[in-house]
Ligand binder design. Structure first.
Ligand code: NAI
Length: 359
């Protein structure tokens, strides 16, 4: 059995979704095999070159052409944030299943505007790391007692150099609220997923590198700016204090200018009887009290990838897991991965951070 898929936006995430579609059959042979029907990107030549490289049957510069193609049952939306609402809503309204990247638009209202009969999976991939799944199971089993407080940190250095180009990510109209939607949405999703709902927020935000140079050419991904200097319009950093429904307190920091700390994503959770800590950069390890334990078969989807504990899994594997949840949601009719409700809720918390920082 096959399932026709298309990808809109062929940058980093477009590639990772495409490769996940190609690999999902290797790890989940019971699922329908995705068939790469078409790819869209508005940069001349980019979709055509992706079609050649990855094996899509067709390519286009206009994503709207995909909507009427009955062979396309599911669509990945991996375009920049400001397009999520328009493309996501059109794809969903066309009756297609949707795998859409976080943060799902610029505001909570954008994620709310996506409505349709199909399944929707949102790219909150850190949930799927087997050690995170294990942490969630240990929390539910009371392994560390009642959670009292926690620290979540999603800091990276992808914009740490003032020479990094002023791409769409730094503009309010196209990149929304900057690091809030970018890394903060992942952090908020993980907090909610592991510890429950956030009921109150107090926060500070900052633009720490206020001006950057525009890129001279059309860009995707990380590059130096060599064009004119222009203002950075959205946040480089935030620090937030949350109170959870459970009464637990959480401090949460995210930064895109954390020099020397690439992809430093993780958490430390304290309970009345112990501590759990996870660092994305050592994805397969979980600290439980004084011990470091390794994720292995039986922890989340680990067993679909490796036969024994402590064999490293990769970031891209998390996207293969996400693809499997998306496909299984489609075949079962039951939403299995993080969905639009989670995207809306994360965006609402990020808006609360912005509102608190304004006071
Ligand atoms: P990118 O800039 O590398 O790629 C975006 C692509 O979309 C580019 O190829 C661009 O030409 C294309 N595009 C722009 N306008 C278009 C249009 N009108 N029609 C078709 N294609 C268009 O960006 P990246 O890093 O891949 O990010 C894309 C999305 O994925 C963002 O929403 C971002 O927040 C999310 N993301 C999620 C990650 C995760 O861990 N889940 C990691 C990185 C990004």
């Amino acid at each position: 059995m096959t399932l026709g898929v298309a990808v809109i936006g062929m940058g980093w995430m477009g590639r990772v979704h495409t490769q996940a579609y190609a690999r999902v059959r290797h790890h989940y042979p019971d699922l329908p095999a995705p068939e790469l029907i078409a790819v869209a990107d508005d940069v001349p030549g980019r979709a055509a070159s992706a079609a050649r490289r990855f094996g899509f049957a067709a390519s286009t510069m206009d994503w709207r052409e995909l909507l009427g193609d009955p062979r396309i049952e599911a669509v990945s939306v991996t375009a920049p944030n400001f397009l999520h609402r328009e493309i996501g809503a059109a794809v969903a309204a066309a009756g297609k299943h949707l795998w859409i990247e976080k943060p799902v638009g610029l505001r909570a209202a954008d994620a709310r505007a996506i409505v349709g009969p199909g399944q929707v999976t949102v790219g909150f991939n850190y949930r799927h790391a087997p050690a995170v799944v294990k942490a969630r199971a240990l929390l539910a089993a009371g392994e560390i007692g009642e959670v009292t407080h926690a620290r979540f940190s999603f800091c990276s250095d992808y914009a740490a150099s003032p020479d990094d180009a002023l791409t769409w990510r730094f503009e309010r109209e196209r990149g929304g609220n900057g690091v809030l939607g970018d890394l903060g949405s992942h952090a908020v999703d993980l907090i909610r997923h592991l510890l429950g709902e956030i009921v109150s927020t107090s926060a500070a935000t900052a633009i720490l590198i206020p001006r950057r140079r525009r890129p001279l050419a059309v860009t995707s991904g990380h590059q130096r700016g060599t064009g004119e200097l222009a203002a950075v319009e959205n946040e480089d950093w935030f620090g937030a204090l949350f109170e959870l429904e459970s009464g637990a307190r959480v401090s949460c920091e995210a930064s895109r200018v954390a020099t020397g700390s690439p992809n430093a994503y993780g958490f430390t959770i304290h309970g009345t009887a112990g501590v759990l800590a996870w660092d994305f950069r050592r994805m397969g390890e979980l600290r439980v009290g004084d011990a470091t334990i390794f994720a292995g078969p039986g922890d989340g989807e680990f067993g679909a990838f490796q036969p024994g504990a402590a064999i490293a899994m990769s970031y891209d594997d998390l996207k293969v897991i996400e693809a499997s949840l998306f496909l299984r949601s489609i075949t079962s009719g039951v939403a299995l991965g993080p969905g639009l409700t989670d995207a809306v809720r994360a965006a609402e918390v990020l808006e609360a951070i912005e509102a608190s920082a304004r006071h």
